[in-house]
Ligand binder design. Structure first.
Ligand code: WTA
Length: 633
């Protein structure tokens, strides 16, 4: 264990005491947390910030390499402990157990490969790989060399990929000949080839043979294993400044161009490690599994860095929850005796649609803690998760955070603070959430909805948008000067628990009433025959805005009275004001690869637009857009 006991609260009282200390004297508190790590040299100042610039510096002048904290220290302490369990897409292929010693050696070897191919400190390397161990190894090797990794989810299209490569002027691309996904193989290399037609900045491409596709490589391209054959596993870690960028990760904004969020080395290390340990109550022998992809922030912080910094055993799963059938997640939990399981509400809802036999076939008694992330979890999904997966004995941590925040911000702490269905609950140590009213004034009363802001910086706050500090300032620091503005709404109950109500841009003002779409969707979803729904606002002559509901039914043959029934349910639960003006039954909803509904497109359809939806190639299901347009009212 890397943290001292006094930094790990065991119950609500201890949490409250520690939280208070972290707020009253952040410098002292974060000094204590930071002392848990291995630094080449210590800081001259804990935190230095200016919201107006904005500028955030943590552990000024300190020197480190995050991989010494992820690897070297654990190789010394427990070399044979499994660092990564790799569960391949094909359940008949053996899982791979990679010890800390082996991971260290493989990371050092790949660091030498990077160096041999002219990658130096500060260079940007784009990583476009499936969920195989080499992805984690590549990430860590970049960090060891001091190169800035930019992982692009290997489901993005060639145009999305080239835009990201060009935005960061990446010198190198790491990819594979293809990937396995359920019963399909995906030809990743052709996507890269297509993308690289538009990228002048890339000098070299290193290709992992994952699917044995038999392709031949182009000029400037090399096979991963050929490069590994040329090197040994000695690679002293590059010495990094605490504020040197560790990585860039793109997130979509309300306008078209993705934002390359830049994360630092020292602050990110301190915060992800500390939050991982506290949120998931990880014990030294536990097996931890986060089902996200490393292409997203959840994978960066809570598959790779957070767990490895703690010397944990972290699982990487290459496949999908539906292959070979809808019991795969639970089969894996049984097989590897998973203790902490962290997934997204969208996955829970998708799995809850299928018979419970898929769950009940498996022994889930190893599970101790469940987690969710990525969107508000509706009560029905929460209950299903709690009863059927957690068997009513596992705390559920509903973790609110963002690509921009680097780590979990509002959550319950497993076995320390209480969860509450649909509430993310309380701030992590050091995090100071506030609520604003519609006039931009901070308020203290409880049992009220507001707009969320964060008052004081935390170590893993993104430092800028790559190449566009002005946009960083405008998007996150202009709405409420002196605060970080995440763009979410929240409700605070009388105990100080926060419930995230959804993006502020999902709030619709109907006849002067402020309506969050998420709670209304929850009500629609309560109808027995509804799988999922999305509600957006559209301009209305009399009301200013009206609501338009897109609804997926379980059984289309029972749709006759559905509108009346949904309206009744909403009237009953929220009030007649929340009734949608229009309800359209749809076969699916446009979703991003991370499972978020693309409301921007639905808003356009609701407003009567038939085309001009912008780039929809990054959607999981671009074909659905046309089908929805056809049925629109
Ligand atoms: C939403 C994912 C409610 C929120 C880590 C946030 C959530 C956005 C939760 C960030 C949660 C994330 N409850 N909403 N537990 N977690 N969100 O950058 O709107 O992919 O602003 O980071 O997801 O999404 P991102």
């Amino acid at each position: 264990m890397i943290f001292k006991n006094n930094l790990l609260p065991k119950n609500l009282q201890q949490y409250e005491k520690l939280y208070k200390q972290s707020i009253d004297n952040p410098e002292l508190f974060w000094t204590d947390v930071a002392e848990s790590f291995i630094w080449k040299s210590k800081w001259s100042k804990v935190v230095d910030f200016d919201f107006s610039k904005p500028s955030f510096k943590w552990f000024t002048d300190a020197k480190l390499n995050i991989t010494e904290n992820c690897l070297d220290r654990h190789v010394e302490a427990h070399p044979d402990k499994t660092a990564i369990i790799f569960e391949p897409n094909d359940p008949n292929q053996p899982a791979e157990h990679i010890s800390y010693r082996e991971l260290h050696s493989r990371v050092c070897k790949f660091s030498n490969v990077l160096k041999n191919n002219n990658i130096q400190k500060g260079d940007r390397v784009c990583i476009y790989l499936p969920m195989v161990p080499e992805l984690a190894i590549a990430v860590l090797a970049c960090a060891r060399v001091g190169a800035i990794h930019s992982v692009v989810f290997a489901g993005f299209s060639s145009s999305a990929l080239s835009a990201r490569i060009n935005d960061a002027s990446c010198k190198m691309v790491l990819t594979s000949d293809g990937s396995f996904r359920g019963n399909k193989t995906i030809d990743l290399k052709s996507i890269v080839d297509e993308a690289l037609k538009d990228c002048d900045c890339v000098d070299s491409v290193i290709v992992l043979n994952r699917i044995n596709s038999g392709i031949t490589l182009n000029k400037n391209e090399k096979w991963w294993n050929d490069e590994l054959d040329k090197v040994d596993d000695y690679f002293p870690a590059e010495i990094m400044d605490s504020e040197d960028p560790l990585f860039i990760l793109y997130t979509s904004g309300s306008t078209g161009k993705p934002k390359g969020m830049v994360h630092s080395s020292g602050g990110y290390m301190v915060y992800t490690a500390y939050s991982f340990k506290n949120v998931f109550d990880y014990d030294d022998d536990d097996i931890y599994w986060c089902t996200a992809d490393i292409g997203w922030i959840t994978g960066h912080s809570y598959i790779v860095y957070g767990p490895l910094l703690n010397g944990a055993t972290t699982m990487m799963f290459e496949g999908v929850p539906s292959y070979p059938d809808f019991g795969r997640f639970w089969e894996i939990c049984e097989k590897h005796k998973v203790n902490q399981f962290y997934t997204a509400p969208t996955a829970i809802r998708a799995l809850a649609k299928h018979p419970l036999d898929f769950v009940n076939k498996y022994d889930l008694s190893s599970l101790k803690v469940l987690g969710t992330v990525g969107e508000p979890i509706n009560e029905e999904a929460w209950n299903w998760y709690n009863e059927n997966i957690g068997k009513n004995k596992c705390p559920i941590v509903d973790t609110w955070w963002q690509t921009e925040t680097g780590g979990i911000m509002i959550t319950s702490l497993a076995n320390v603070t209480e969860g509450k269905p649909t509430f993310a609950t309380k701030p992590m140590m050091g995090i100071q959430p506030v609520l604003f009213d519609e006039n931009g004034n901070e308020f203290d009363d409880n049992n009220k909805n507001g707009i969320l802001g964060i008052k004081y910086p935390w170590p893993s706050i993104a430092r800028t948008i790559y190449g566009d500090h002005e946009r960083y300032k405008n998007v996150y620091f202009s709405a409420y000067p002196g605060y970080y503005f995440p763009g979410d709404g929240a409700f605070r109950d009388e105990y100080g628990n926060y419930r995230i109500t959804g993006r502020v841009d999902d709030v619709v003002i109907v006849s002067g009433h402020n309506l969050g779409t998420a709670p209304i969707e929850d009500v629609i979803n309560m109808h027995d025959n509804v799988v999922e729904s999305a509600l957006v606002g559209y301009p209305h002559d009399i009301k200013g805005n009206a609501l338009y509901a897109f609804v997926i039914l379980k059984d289309d043959s029972k749709k006759d009275d559905i509108e009346v029934e949904i309206n009744k349910l909403i009237s009953k639960t929220i009030g007649p004001i929340a009734k949608p003006e229009k309800i359209q039954l749809v076969p699916g909803l446009p979703k991003t690869r991370s499972g978020k509904i693309m409301r921007r497109i639905l808003r356009k359809i609701a407003s009567g637009e038939k085309d001009n939806f912008g780039d929809i190639s990054t959607l999981l299901n671009p074909e659905i857009v046309e089908q929805i347009v056809e049925g629109s009212q």
